[in-house]
Ligand binder design. Structure first.
Ligand SMILES: Cc1cc2nc3c(=O)[nH]c(=O)nc-3n(C[C@H](O)[C@H](O)[C@H](O)COP(=O)(O)O)c2cc1C
Length: 382
């Protein structure tokens, strides 16, 4: 008896486990490894410019003939430098120099050198052809990415934030399976109406952009909200087979897993960041707006701590990313995971080493099957 749900039939995969799209970390190599092992790998393209995204999609296709996906962000609110509502204060664009000065002072204190464009390209995996394109995480950037997703006819598209509704007809015409990651039932109801095929309920425990609601409470409420119309995948803190079994018990039909696949040979994060994951414990993460401007869960780090200590409000997306990317690139180039350890979920303490992705997937599936069998044995006659 093996793990199998309708998600397997819908996607043409062996087990209902999807590698979560994790910006830069879910590389073509990692996605292909998960797809080749029987799950479905989703490349984390949130920060890929259009040229980079096209080459990542093509590289994934060269590494696997199994289904795979692409994840980008489509946030409903991305400021264009307008005044924050009703405050009459300076615009985000006007506040940018002040935050850049804060970053420069922080880097000087940490002994970090600013990186040049070529180093930035190398450590942030940016195609030089994208240097002069739209600013990362801006509306124009997201729109340029969607054109590539559509032109390349990817098997699955995942919207990590927001709604793919404006692109739905073109995605569906290509036969692309469309998925959304949500953190509330309100968002779930909204995106189901737009005709998506799959939904991920990602709770507060998860790495990256973050819901205010814990995974345990969120999954069954999203399951109830979508009323069986489409399958729900559980996410957030699911790091081994026990978590997958629990998500299935809560009504999910599969799992979307990030952090457990970060400490793998194929993931795109640095060796220092992988070691920080192995060393990390249950209390090793924090939620901060200091990286993208939206609340995100990350390994505790000196950059987020500096914002918290200074009690400065980070700028809204996309401005905060323009400030933080210089710091995260410099820290990554210098191997300083204490300054920037990357996004990660609360399952951190369950990671004990860096392994091949296929072995992580096999362990998760075997663990889930074992736990589901054990759960059945908990029932007693009479
Ligand atoms: C390093 C990292 C990067 C992430 N980047 C993205 C991203 O670019 N787009 C996105 O939709 N979600 C992103 N996420 C969230 C994941 O897609 C997923 O929802 C989350 O990892 C699930 O929780 P877990 O990490 O506890 O498994 C990221 C998560 C991590 C850990």
């Amino acid at each position: 008896m093996g793990l199998h749900t309708r998600v397997c039939d819908m996607l043409g995969i062996g087990v209902p486990i999807l590698l979560a799209g994790m910006g830069r970390a879910s590389t073509p190599e990692l996605a292909a490894a998960v797809s080749n092992a029987g799950g479905l790998g989703v490349i984390g393209a949130a920060s890929c410019g259009p040229n980079q995204l096209r080459s990542w999609i093509r590289r994934t296709r060269a590494l696997t003939d199994r289904p795979f996906g692409v994840d980008t962000l489509l946030p409903a609110s991305v400021r264009r430098g307008e005044k924050p509502s009703n405050t009459g204060g300076p615009t985000a664009a006007e506040m940018l120099p002040q935050h850049r000065r804060f970053a420069a002072d922080f880097m000087a204190k940490e002994g970090l050198e600013a990186v040049d464009a070529a180093t930035f390209d190398r450590v942030m995996d940016r195609d030089p052809a994208d240097r002069d394109g739209p600013a990362p995480l801006s509306r124009e950037f997201f729109e340029a990415q969607m054109e590539v997703v559509i032109e390349e006819r990817v098997p699955l598209y995942a919207a990590g934030l927001g709604s793919p509704a404006p692109w739905m007809d073109r995605l569906k015409a290509n036969g692309t399976v469309v998925m959304c990651v949500v953190g509330t039932t309100r968002h779930a109801r909204q995106v189901v109406e737009s005709g998506i095929d799959l939904i991920v309920a990602q709770g507060h425990d998860g790495g990256g952009h973050n819901s205010p609601i814990g995974t345990m409470a969120l999954i069954p409420q999203v399951v109830d909200a979508v009323q069986g119309r489409i399958p729900v995948l559980g996410a957030g803190g699911i790091t081994d087979g026990r978590g997958v079994a629990a998500a299935l018990m809560l009504g999910a039909e599969g799992a979307w897993i990030g952090t457990a696949f970060l400490a793998t040979q194929e993931s795109g994060i640095s060796a220092a960041q992988k070691q920080a994951l192995v060393d990390g414990k249950d209390e090793g993460t924090t939620v901060s707006r200091s990286v993208t401007g939206k609340p995100a869960r990350m390994v505790k780090n000196r950059w987020a701590a500096a914002y918290a200590e200074a009690a400065i409000e980070p700028l809204p997306m996309p401005y905060q990313g323009m400030v933080s990317s210089q710091v995260t690139a410099a820290a990554t180039a210098a191997g300083r995971a204490d300054v920037w350890g990357g996004f990660a979920g609360q399952g951190l303490g369950m990671i004990h080493g860096v392994r091949p992705a296929a072995s992580v997937l096999e362990g998760i599936v075997a663990g889930a099957e074992r736990e589901l069998a054990r759960a059945g044995a908990l029932l007693r006659r009479g």
